[in-house]
Design a protein. Structure first.
Length: 415
């Protein structure tokens, strides 16, 4: 068992998909029989949703630390995270409107509470529905948006009285560690669950289905490519008149490391070294922004999750209205910011996104093998967004040595 767990998760998921396809084609009745494995996995994922989202957001807000630091460096960097993540999600929805992923696909699943999406709500009523009249009731009913709002508000209040709430902060961080461990354990069962979900779905596979999965990959790659090649360079030039070619050249090692490892956490030490030695950024800036951005600045995750939402809405025949677009963009932003550094986090977040829209979770199984394909590009995009945001904040505060950035002088470590 230990040897099996040591195999990379994406390899185990790929093997589970192949075995599920073989069983589904060779013995359809057997595929239906193992569907209980998928149902159990989905139930476990649903069990995680409320504590996972609640503690990740509270801990994320509390990680901002000193409120005075937040007013200077923190406020600017949080603004960077929010604006770029919202833009990334909106960009993904725009691309989905062009490529229309999921249209014409039939996977024969029941929509359940998804019928609520067809009802027209007023903007005021929608906003009011996000405010929990009873947070316990919202948690019991798996109402994610009220729980998210309460978690953010609670985190801000804890941060405002941080000196008097150290025990609460410590408790929150410990709870986050506990649920991260639980999430990791459940994610290890993902290959078994995927096997149980894929096998009974094989008779429903068509050329249209495969083509639409290709659209999902295309949208993710185009979205991340636009962020890397167009959006980030323009922001460097427009906001702080930083030469993007030179800036990217200094960050080549970060991009390669991020793509090769597929891990923002593994790339963090290199990001700090490059920020100091190649970009001339003050340690007080990068020591705050890079760790924060490592868990919160996930533009690529916003691209992917917004696409997941539109993909699912199209599959189940719902019209993507302006109100739904607004909800998708906000949810994709919040889920990206709430991403924690666990293996298979996108699978968990996809579950959260679909549940928030009242949709079935069948799409989780279909998309799970694709995360390994998009992960190198997504991680590189996230890390570069982190480095660009840190550079923009540093220069705006005059906390960047431009002579080191332009190569006029070399960094000399203090003895």
């Amino acid at each position: 068992m230990k040897k099996l767990i040591k195999i990379a998760l994406w390899k185990r998921i790929l093997a589970a998909v192949i075995l599920g396809l073989i069983l589904g084609f060779a013995w359809p009745e057997g595929g239906e029989a193992v569907s209980i494995l998928g149902d159990i996995f989905i139930a476990l994922m649903k069990m995680l949703l409320i504590p996972f989202v609640f503690f990740s957001l509270v801990a994320g807000v509390c990680s901002l630390g000193d409120i005075s630091l937040m007013r200077t460096i923190g406020l600017r960097y949080v603004l960077w995270i929010v604006c770029t993540t919202l833009f990334a999600a909106a960009l993904s929805v725009g691309l989905c409107m062009i490529f229309n992923p999921g249209a014409g696909v039939d996977i024969g699943a029941s929509v359940g509470s998804g019928e609520e999406l067809a009802v027209s709500y007023s903007f005021a009523e929608t906003l009011l529905s996000w405010i929990p009249s009873s947070i316990v009731g919202s948690m019991a009913d798996n109402q994610l948006l009220p729980v998210i709002l309460f978690a953010i508000l609670l985190g801000c209040c804890i941060l405002a009285v941080a000196n008097k709430a150290q025990i609460v902060i410590q408790f929150t961080n410990q709870c986050m560690e506990v649920f991260t461990k639980m999430t990791n354990w459940i994610v290890q069962l993902c290959p078994i669950g995927i096997f149980g979900l894929v096998a009974p779905m094989v008779p429903k596979f068509t050329g249209t289905m495969i083509a639409n999965l290709g659209k999902f990959l295309l949208i993710d790659f185009i979205g991340c490519g636009l962020l890397l090649i167009v959006v980030y360079p323009l922001l460097l030039m427009i906001l702080q008149k930083i030469n993007p070619l030179n800036y990217y050249k200094k960050n080549i090692s970060v991009l390669v490391m991020a793509a090769a490892t597929g891990s923002s956490a593994a790339t963090l030490p290199l990001e700090m070294q490059v920020s100091q030695e190649q970009l001339g950024i003050d340690e007080r800036v990068y020591s705050f922004t890079l760790p924060l951005g490592n868990t919160c600045n996930m533009n690529a995750a916003a691209v992917a999750q917004a696409c997941v939402a539109v993909f699912a809405l199209n599959i189940y025949g719902f019209q993507v209205t302006p109100l739904l677009v607004f909800q998708i963009v906000i949810m994709a932003c919040l889920m990206a910011v709430g991403t924690v550094g666990i293996n298979g986090a996108q699978i968990v977040i996809s579950t959260v996104m679909l549940t928030s829209l009242g949709l079935p979770l069948d799409l989780v199984a279909l998309l799970s093998p694709l995360w390994a394909v998009v992960d190198p590009v997504n991680t590189a995009t996230n890390c570069m967004g982190n480095m660009v945001g840190t550079g923009i904040v540093a220069k705006s505060l005059k906390m960047m040595d431009e002579d080191i950035l332009t190569g006029k002088k070399k960094f000399v470590a203090e003895k």
